[in-house]
Design a protein around this ligand. Structure first.
Ligand code: UDX
Length: 451
């Protein structure tokens, strides 16, 4: 039986908070901390600082049960814990490398507060060999007599399904250097009954970067194929189905569209390329993945131009602003680049997203009549010359197109995620343009390339 009692979670962001609450729900005593005192206060009141389905009720339940508590005193959390999960941010630096200053800062605080053996687990996504630096830093600041182990336990949970992913992981990766670290982590995760990969520290770190880079590669691959489909009249949705049924390929992450965004894939890919370059390893394959992704927004905007000819003074509804559904996160969201490009073209935009509008408002304040935030998809579509679907929220798939046909100025839809049924739209009298699938344009415009 393991000897640990309390789990400390350092950093309560999109990874740290679901992890902390998840461990509490499994029955462990958990203490969470963050350098942002306002965030800690919000969480203490049972509120999640960001939108994540299922998280808030679980947070409230575990706060009330006394299994989870938060403090803004990082040192207190360190002293109170046996296992410490490092979940602080590792943002991107201008050169693409990971900024590890938050990791270093929190590790120094750990060193200053070591009051006995602790297992320090790196969960933030970091470049290979970071755990070695963590060890070196702990010895430097806590002295060579300090007793601790460092482990790497990368997190694979996705935003929007973080709570579900915590309780149902495909696998748990544990990079360790000691039996005690291994036993503690195996014990900790036993209730989840998931496959476990036990390995060394460097390997665990590479697994995380390799996983996210491979997902990005799959997306760019299908986007590349989508362009050929578009040029030849084939349907990329069917191509994805046809290749995805091969278990060696797999059906997930083959959805062509405006490209990947979010806080992880773009940043992790850059950091992986950067660390490879530092070690003189040729990662040009991944540079192509990035290049293909960066070209998606341009392709989408050109598609809008082809459908509408002139964009100046056209009113465009933009459905979906978050980088993907079920989150309010807009970091690296394709929507932001699309909005900027369309404003530059002189279009008037009517924006709607079920969760992310408050965040987008901070980037694009509603200070001009050319940019209007709307309370529903229907309101955004009202008077629009085209509906641009950028994020595939479920509610967009369930719209009443006959009703929409009555409110739009022109019945044109550009589906940046291939998530709508072209036949249904056609029935309702809409022109439909997807990403790598045949367009549906009315007879009178046949002959005009609809690409
Ligand atoms: C990702 C990883 O999936 C997760 O394992 C890791 O822990 C964190 O990074 P997340 O950033 O939450 O998770 O989003 P994900 O679901 O992976 O989607 C990333 C981006 O790819 C989104 O912009 C999404 O719209 C896009 N995407 C995804 C596609 O364009 N096509 C697809 O087929 C799948």
């Amino acid at each position: 039986m393991a000897e640990f009692k309390t789990i400390g979670v350092l950093g309560l962001g999109h990874v740290g908070l679901p992890t902390a609450v998840g461990f509490a729900e499994l029955g462990y005593q958990v203490i969470g901390t963050d350098s942002d005192a306002k965030k800690v206060e919000t969480i203490a009141q049972g509120k999640s600082p960001f939108y994540e389905p299922e998280l808030e009720p679980l947070l409230q339940k575990n706060l009330a049960a006394g299994r989870f508590r938060v403090t803004s005193d990082v040192g207190e959390a360190v002293r109170a814990s046996d296992i410490l999960f490092v979940c602080v941010g590792t943002p991107q630096r201008p050169d693409g490398s990971a900024d590890l200053s938050q990791v270093e800062a929190v590790i120094r605080t750990v060193a200053e507060n070591l009051n006995g053996y602790k297992l320090i687990v790196e969960k933030s996504t970091v470049p290979v060999q970071t755990a070695q630096w963590i060890k070196r830093t702990l010895i430097r600041y806590a002295g060579s007599n300090a007793t601790f182990d460092v482990a790497s336990n990368p997190e694979f949970l996705r935003e929007g399904t973080a709570v579900h992913d915590f309780f149902h992981p495909d696998r748990i990766v544990i990079g360790v250097e000691s039996e005690r670290a291994k036993e503690w982590l195996l014990e900790l995760y036993r209730p989840l009954n998931a496959p476990v990969v036990v390995t060394d520290l460097n390997t665990a770190e590479i697994i995380k970067h390799a996983a996210n880079s491979f997902l990005a590669l799959k997306i760019s691959f299908i986007n590349m194929v989508a362009d050929l489909c578009e040029a030849t009249g084939a349907d990329v949705v069917k191509v994805a189905e046809g290749i995805g049924l091969d278990p060696r390929i797999g059906k997930h992450f083959l959805q062509a569209g405006v490209g990947y965004g979010g806080y992880c894939l773009p940043k992790d890919l850059k950091a992986f390329i950067h660390i490879a370059e530092e070690h003189n390893v040729d990662f040009s394959l991944l540079k192509e993945v990035e290049r293909i992704n960066e070209a998606r927004v341009d392709r989408f905007v050109r598609k809008v131009q082809k459908a509408l000819w002139v964009l100046k003074d056209k009113t465009l509804a933009i459905w979906g602003l978050a980088f993907k559904p079920n989150t309010d996160d807009i970091r690296e969201a394709p929507s932001l680049k699309i909005i900027r490009r369309l404003l530059d073209e002189g279009a008037n935009l009517r924006l709607y997203d079920p969760a992310a509008m408050a965040n987008v408002r901070q980037v694009f304040p509603e200070d001009s009549p050319r940019l209007v935030y709307c309370q529903s998809a229907l309101k955004a579509a009202t008077g629009a010359h085209a509906i641009l679907l950028v994020t595939e929220w479920d509610e967009f798939k369930q719209m009443d197109w006959n009703w929409l046909r009555q409110v739009v100025a022109l019945p044109i839809v550009i589906d940046g995620r291939n998530c709508l049924d072209p036949a249904r739209l056609q029935e309702a009298g809409f022109e439909y343009y997807g990403m790598g699938r045949p367009s549906i344009a009315p007879a009178q415009v046949v002959g005009v390339s609809s690409g």
